[in-house]
Design a binder for this molecule. Sequence first.
Ligand SMILES: CC(C)(COP(=O)(O)OP(=O)(O)OC[C@H]1O[C@@H](n2cnc3c(N)ncnc32)[C@H](O)[C@@H]1OP(=O)(O)O)[C@@H](O)C(=O)NCCC(=O)NCCS
Length: 162
Amino acid sequence: MPELKPKPVRASLTQISDLTSPVNANINGSVFGGVILAIVDKAAAVCAMRHAEKPCVTVAMERVEFLVPIYIGDYIIAEAHINFAGKSSMEVGVEVYAENLSSGTRRHTNSCLVTMVAVGPDGRPTAIPPLSIETPEEKTRFEEARARHQNRRAQKIKPHEA
Ligand SMILES: CC(C)(COP(=O)(O)OP(=O)(O)OC[C@H]1O[C@@H](n2cnc3c(N)ncnc32)[C@H](O)[C@@H]1OP(=O)(O)O)[C@@H](O)C(=O)NCCC(=O)NCCS
């Protein structure tokens, strides 16, 4: 099979956004964590599919920490970038911000790591382009994510009998 051409991080940078409304509220009146995770998942999926140019599925979400609440009426912005690309998997870093549209202030609310895997028509992992690194920041992120990738492989959980 021919080698896939490396692609830069900038080719798959993704930003998605949504306006929160009362239907997204938890009992405290702020936004449900699950609503935020759905936006994180979508941003990571678009970013991964832009890089892979193939369908991708989510296999893991890590560092799911809600640092400050997002309030109803805030504008949620999720920014995603590829940290690392392996043979079929990608670690996607997603930063979430909440913007108050009246004051214009923006708060950082979450940072998540999402592992996405490109799959073929059989639903099995398939090859993706390597990542070409262009900046020192991308290099640092790549090295750190590669180490996490190796750890995840070593600690992989297998499905058990249901
Ligand atoms: C994605 C899936 C096909 C991978 O199958 P698998 O048998 O685990 O595949 P492999 O062991 O060959 O691993 C494939 C890649 O995924 C990575 N991977 C697998 N499980 C992982 C996990 N739990 N966390 C992080 N990475 C993982 C491997 O490191 C490998 O990366 P590489 O190819 O870049 O080296 C399978 O786990 C699956 O179908 N999961 C369900 C996905 C889903 O339904 N998501 C929700 C809706 S999108």
